[in-house]
Design a protein around this ligand. Sequence first.
Ligand SMILES: [Zn+2]
Length: 247
Amino acid sequence: MLKKITLRFYEELNDFLPSSKRKKRFEHSFIDRTSVKDMTESFGVPHTEVDLILVNGNSVDFSYLVNDGDDISVYPMFESLDITDLQHLRAKPLRKPKFILDVHLGTLAKYMRMLGFDTLYQNNYEDEEIVKISLKEKRTILTKGRGILKRSEARHGHWIRSSTTMDQLIEVIKRFDLKEQTKELSRCLLCNSLLKIIAKEKVIGRLPRKIKELQNKFYYCENCDKIFWKGSHYTKMKGIIEKIMLL
Ligand SMILES: [Zn+2]
């Protein structure tokens, strides 16, 4: 039997929809028995982006089977609206923000490490591996593709909308409320390890002449055997932080 329902997606969930379905209630017809999770994903909205689904005004979980005549509202994570009495679909936010990025977000990974965020990235990660690591290490997946977030095992994730790295960074900081959690020059840009402060005399033999004259504080990655200082990377990062603080 052909079933008819109405649907509406709220706020940033509209980013996933074709323009004809954005920010309004629309009708949809279907035949097969479908869970509300599969229904929302059939419109391109990954379940990891959804926090609350109301069917005819009542909150339901992802396994709810859609009935003829249902009126469905789909909401993203709420920032401030009090919906504590309703059933949330997302797992609780991860307390210490840790991330794993897909293969398209290498530059973002470096920027995030510059700001001290625990960020895993490898340009040869398979989607399956990313999901596995995110579950094991309780990391939020950041991705440019939507496929990875539609995997049923994926728990925490965010689809990056912005295209420039700077905008992506701002998007992540806003979405996960990270403004107060930056810790600059604390992580290696190359491998994500925590950096140690190292005495100048221990590294002086390895420094370019100009750096020897200008810099006095050095940071060391044991894993990469690399030395960092407040050079051009740092100036760039400071600029980024200041821009973010103005948001
Ligand atoms: Zn390193």
